[in-house]
Design a binder for this molecule. Sequence first.
Ligand SMILES: CC(C)(COP(=O)(O)OP(=O)(O)OC[C@H]1O[C@@H](n2cnc3c(N)ncnc32)[C@H](O)[C@@H]1OP(=O)(O)O)[C@@H](O)C(=O)NCCC(=O)NCCS
Length: 178
Amino acid sequence: MDSASGIGLLGPEDMHHYMDHLQRLDAKTRRLRFGHTIDNAAIQAHCLKLVGEGAQVVALSIDGLVRGAAEISPPNEADDGAREIAFSVEADFQGCGIGTCLALKAVSIARPSPVTMICSADNNGMIALGWRIGARFHKSGDHLECRIDTERRAHSRDGFTDADGLQPAIFALARGYV
Ligand SMILES: CC(C)(COP(=O)(O)OP(=O)(O)OC[C@H]1O[C@@H](n2cnc3c(N)ncnc32)[C@H](O)[C@@H]1OP(=O)(O)O)[C@@H](O)C(=O)NCCC(=O)NCCS
């Protein structure tokens, strides 16, 4: 991403911008994001590992600083090639639509793989975001496992932008041409 404000995939050379963002997260947001407390050194190690693993990071930058991001894991062949997405938005920027924006972009990148997300069962922000993007929830202990069938979702209104040629058929159907 070369502009100061925008949304896009970060290359390995830009991973330090993602690390800076994660290190700016307050304690509560860190805990919700990682499921436990995490210090700056562990965040640095986490980011180094991402590059080696081939994970992708979609970042939303404002005035040159990454304020929100979605981490997309490589496909998990043991789970139908599903890709796990993990979100983080800095506290001062939450509730402004950044999470939704990142989720739509991340799902379009992950397609056609199914998408999974894991959060604690009391993470109301993540639950609201999951509902908004068509996730199905499964409670497992004190966690929620969320899953999105990205192919099914591509037929929905939000999926039009990245529906790879499905739009004409959907519009034709909606207008009663077929
Ligand atoms: C979850 C998170 C990514 C959502 O990002 P966001 O930019 O705040 O999301 P949006 O502004 O697009 O809002 C999405 C929905 O969440 C709701 N929401 C956001 N913050 C909320 C909060 N603290 N409590 C309750 N609902 C919240 C919004 O009202 C909206 O709901 P709606 O669709 O009913 O209107 C963000 O709150 C965050 O980073 N949380 C901490 C880290 C985390 O929980 N990560 C998920 C585990 S991987």
